[in-house]
Write a protein that binds this ligand. Structure first.
Ligand code: PGA
Length: 263
């Protein structure tokens, strides 16, 4: 696990799953499960990333029931307001008390043609509105073969940070594209190697203090059975969880990794 001042983050990316009614039931059940297990939220933050149409419902539930869970959105517009049909402004997300926003997930890079420039612009927009961007980077299987393990994620992170100069709260998620939804997670050693390189990029771009304080997550086929191995790595500070975040018991077990990390 990372040095003690980095609070681990377990982030559930629901992708295009669960409508607003399902999300209310899910968040209630997750909160009860973690409460029953005496989850230490100060020791491991738990965040959910529902579809846009669920956010208001999730916000209302979390605030009314004073839940310790936090939430974020899966994307944000690089623009502030205006004639951008279908886009969501960071200002709107902030008004809903969203804490985080995922930016540059590989599904958006590939299916929505999001370039490094767009990822940089969206990251800057998130920060401008007081949201914490969860900047996703990761190589495809072809990239891995051609360029080795770190080159593509390192280049993507450098590009994403282009519009950020002042020290600020960001999260980086290393998600090898070949590991997403494939059931074939990276090994903890592979994740550590790339996450360490990404921390080097942060140090170069934003200074050592920011690099030391920034959480770097691993994502790609994370489950309750493999989370401990990742969290034992010094440069892995949490996980971005897709499929396994849609199952309350499984996601709660991942969130409670501290119970099964061992020594
Ligand atoms: P997965 O997805 O956990 O289903 O592999 C991870 C992600 O896409 O963030």
């Amino acid at each position: 696990m990372g040095v003690s001042n980095r609070v681990p983050l377990i982030a559930g990316n629901w992708k295009m799953n669960l409508d607003h009614l399902q999300s209310i039931a899910f968040v209630q059940k997750l909160a009860w499960t973690l409460k029953d297990a005496n989850h230490d939220f100060a020791g491991a933050e738990v965040a959910v990333f529902p579809p846009f149409t669920d956010l208001r419902s999730v916000q209302t539930l979390i605030s009314a029931d004073k839940l310790d869970l936090v939430f974020g959105a899966q994307d944000v517009s690089q623009f502030e307001s205006g004639a951008y049909t279908g886009e969501i402004s960071g200002a709107f997300l902030k008004a809903l008390d969203a804490k985080y926003v995922i930016i540059g997930h590989s599904e958006r890079r590939t299916m929505h043609a999001e370039s490094d420039e767009i990822v940089a612009a969206k990251s800057a927009a998130a920060i401008k509105h007081g949201l914490v961007p969860v900047i996703c980077v990761g190589e495809t299987a072809d990239d891995l073969e051609t360029h080795g393990p770190s080159a593509v994620p390192v280049a993507q992170l450098k590009a994403a940070l282009a519009g950020i100069s002042a020290p600020t709260d960001i999260v980086v998620a290393y998600e090898p594209v070949w590991a997403i939804g494939s059931g074939q997670a990276a090994t903890p050693e592979q994740a550590e190697q790339v996450c360490a390189a990404l921390r080097g990029v942060l140090a170069e771009a934003l200074g050592q203090d920011v690099a030391d304080a920034t959480r770097i997550l691993y994502g790609g086929s994370v489950k309750s059975g493999n989370i401990a191995g990742f969290m034992r790595q010094p440069n892995v500070d949490g996980a971005l969880v897709g499929g396994a975040s849609l199952d309350v018991a499984e996601f709660a077990a991942i969130s409670r990794f501290q119970k099964h990390v061992g020594v």
